[in-house]
Design a protein around this ligand. Sequence first.
Ligand code: TYD
Length: 140
Amino acid sequence: MFSVSDCKIIDLSKVHNDAGNITVVENNKNIPFEVKRIYYLYDVPMGADRGGHGHYELQQYIIAASGSFTFVLDDGVTRKDFFLNDPSKALYIQPGIWREIKDFSSGSICLVFASSEYRESDYIRDYVEYLNYRNDTPAI
Ligand code: TYD
């Protein structure tokens, strides 16, 4: 069972020249799982919050492709804010972590690399249920 302290900001580095930057995300090189799905959040209205769920198994890399937003990660004991505003950095979210997403800047794009296809059965959408799951699952 992973905790918030296992979730980190990873520096993806960038290829820079006068005409701009390129950042590369490549399976088995700078991402610790095989990417099975990519999706992105955009056109998030001012003041809207997203997330509010945990995943049993999913691993994710979160990148602020444009603009900024805050991921609040919670393992049932510790809550920590991760402010993302740099497309050359990724937040690595381990399995079993609750997340909320807030403070989207206008025009922001939240790019997500995920370790599996979409499965609703991998979600825990109720916080009390999440806490029960954490309390019932032994630590690793
Ligand atoms: P959800 O993951 O709850 O969004 P967020 O965490 O950003 O608030 O997904 C919102 C809806 O979109 C939900 O009804 C399921 C659907 N969805 C898919 O169909 N496929 C996907 O890959 C994702 C991420 C969501």
